[in-house]
Design a protein around this ligand. Structure first.
Ligand code: ADP
Ligand code: MG
Length: 609
């Protein structure tokens, strides 16, 4: 899983005990000075290193099967940050309370561990092979979907284990177990032909016992009446420690000669081909999981450009032929320019759903020019988190043909789905928007109209930035665009320098990103509701800001506040914003959900953990 402590300033990653002690010495050796590092012996565990009475103390923090963290014999916590928070108030068995974090000195990066690299390689190979991605598309898939991809890898990891024998019969399993020595606890797992469920076959007292493995509605595995697990290999690991109702604790695996060992770059297990861009017309999938896993952006037809296929690219032109375009009567939306209609565009090899912006007033030259400018900007962009343009069509009207994002604008989407969309889903979507904006910043484009109304949904877990009507491409050595005069501007989304000096840069887009975040975390409310556009400026100058949305995590509100730093030079850029969104997203995507927490608490109470 992504490192749950990755965002903590006192986390050093994979450093040795001796190095930890050096840092604590540098930190001043006062009582309660502490740092966190990766545990080198276990996967997903940490060590808390601290000082008391001029002595060092090191406490291993284990990641438990249910995803919680605990110091041996201590209380379980949902993350390493929460654990440290707890011990800062109550020593509860430690040498003293955690009093002062020994933060990484400036310039000292978190040290990547062996497993981090192995995990990265596995993930890269998996994404490459499963979705046939390369280059930027591959990197962006990893950045945006690491928690989901890791889950996919974890849920299929048993296929690589020596104890996994695939679909063999019960008789065959017995033959294998009875051959050779017959110690208690010798075991194997197999898939049952009948219905694709699994069974565990275990030797005890020279007899083989078979246990059916149940899978509940949410996909969790268990031996009937036993503890539930997300993955089959976790179930096996657990049964190696505790018999949990079966005849013997699992010991020696009956190896399957055909399985390969877990090598970092080994071929990933094949993924069942159940994936398709299925979602109903409003992009909301009430049951966002198909089979065991939900649809990822890479599973949809709009993750990659249709022109990533070289054969389609050969034919690509800015102006597309009218006869290749089918226009539906259905209107997706409207604006000053006219309306946006649904349609289908025929590529060389396939047809794609498109959204067509149709210009209403034909003869006004400047309206035409504006649409052509928007088209020229969009023509230069290619990112999974930005709505792509297919082309311009000059026919009964001037038309801008774009990829379809059928879920509609983010603010409306969230407003309508308030009860079913958790905060983590919003973090995920806003992280995607930051990826798109980081790309734009890197190409020296300014958007100038970033707002929740201009973020369109492909489905519940996939958002794209749209509406480049006000956007500008900056010259290579310019850092901002200066508007000649005031226009019809979305003042509530604009940074002070836009309004005061008509200066637009990626830093002013960062300000708008902060407002967009606020809209998202309030499930689509209007910012500064009580103020007029022109009153917002004096509100900001009084150093007031939008309030923290109810239920919004403090880490996310802090990002908003930083986006609203008055002086543009002091504001973070999208590189920084994306990184913070990513780290926070990974840290919460890793945590057990509410249900998981309850299950963990129940298991703990019954002494099963
Ligand atoms: P405006 O410049 O008038 O704000 P937009 O580009 O934001 O125009 O489009 C207006 C509306 O049309 C959007 O809010 C959305 O409902 C719909 N729309 C625009 N582009 C798409 C698209 N690519 N896919 C689906 N709907 C779209
Ligand atoms: Mg718009």
């Amino acid at each position: 899983m992504p490192d749950a402590a990755g965002h903590l300033p006192f986390y050093y990653g994979s450093i040795s005990r001796a190095d930890a002690e050096e840092y604590l010495k540098l930190g001043g050796m006062m009582d309660g000075l502490f740092l966190l590092r990766q545990c080198l012996r276990t996967l997903g565990g940490y060590v808390l290193s601290m000082v008391y009475n001029l002595h060092f103390h090191h406490y291993p923090v284990e990641r438990q099967l249910n995803g919680t963290y605990a110091i041996a014999g201590g209380k379980a916590h949902c993350g390493p940050a929460e654990l440290c928070e707890y011990y800062s108030k109550d020593a509860d068995g430690l040498c003293c309370t955690l009093r002062r974090p020994c933060n990484r000195p400036a310039g000292v990066e978190c040290q990547a561990g062996v497993f981090d690299n192995m995990r990265d390689n596995m993930m890269r190979e998996y994404v490459r092979q499963t979705w046939k991605l390369e280059g930027d598309a591959l990197e962006q898939a990893i950045i945006s979907q690491a928690p989901q991809v890791e889950k996919l890898i974890a849920t299929t990891a048993h296929e690589r284990m020596a104890w996994y024998h695939g679909t063999i019969s019960r008789d065959e399993a017995e033959r294998k177990l009875y051959s050779g020595a017959q110690p208690d606890g010798k075991f194997l797992m197999r898939e049952r032909k009948e219905n694709g469920t699994y069974a565990l076959s275990v030797m005890y007292g020279k007899t083989v016992y078979h246990y059916k493995i149940d899978q509940d509605k949410s996909g969790k595995y268990s031996i009937p009446e036993g503890t539930k697990f997300d993955t089959l290999w976790q179930l096996v690991e657990y049964l190696k420690l505790k018999s949990d109702g079966i005849m013997a604790v699992l010991k020696e695996s009956c190896p399957n000669s055909c399985t390969f060992s877990i090598a970092p770059a080994a071929a990933p297990p094949s993924l069942p081909k159940i994936r398709q861009a299925a979602s109903n017309s409003d992009g909301y999938t009430p049951e966002p999981f198909i089979g065991k896993s939900r649809i990822l952006p890479m599973d949809t037809s709009v993750y990659e450009s249709p022109y990533s296929d070289p054969e389609e690219l050969k034919e690509r032109k800015l102006f597309v032929k009218r006869e290749l375009l089918l226009i539906d009567e259905v209107e997706l939306g409207s604006g000053n320019f006219g309306c946006v209609k649904k349609g289908v565009y025929k590529l060389k090899k396939r047809q794609i759903d498109v959204a067509i912006k149709v210009l209403k007033v034909q003869d006004e030259k400047n309206v035409r020019d504006e649409m052509m400018k928007e088209a020229e900007i969009m023509h230069q962009l290619d990112n999974p988190y930005i709505v792509r343009m297919i082309g311009v069509c000059e026919a009964e009207n001037l038309m801008l043909v774009m990829e379809m994002a059928s879920g509609g604008p983010l603010n409306k989407f969230l407003g309508a789905k308030k009860d079913v969309i958790p905060m983590s889903n919003i973090v995920e979507l806003m992280h995607q928007v930051s990826i798109g904006m980081k790309y734009l910043e890197g190409k020296n484009f300014v958007h100038r109209d970033l707002a929740a109304r201009n973020v369109l949904m492909v489905n519940q877990h996939y958002a794209k930035i749209s509406d480049f009507g006000l956007s500008k491409a900056l010259a290579a050595d310019d850092s901002y665009y200066k508007a000649k005069s005031f226009g019809k501007w979305p003042l509530k989304w604009y940074a002070p320098e836009c309004i005061n000096y008509r200066k637009f840069s990626s830093r002013s887009d960062v300000w708008s990103y902060g407002i967009t975040m606020w809209e998202a975390f309030t499930y689509g409310q209007k910012p500064y509701k009580k103020l007029k556009g022109t009153e917002v400026m004096s509100f900001i100058e009084r150093n007031e800001r939008l309030a923290c949305p109810a239920g919004c995590p403090p880490e996310m509100y802090q990002v908003m506040l930083d986006c609203w730093i008055f002086k543009m030079e002091d504001r973070p850029n999208f590189d920084n914003v994306e990184y913070r969104m990513r780290m926070y997203y990974y840290s919460i995507a890793d945590k057990p959900d509410k249900e998981g927490k309850e299950a963990a608490a129940a298991a703990e109470a019954s002494g099963k953990v």
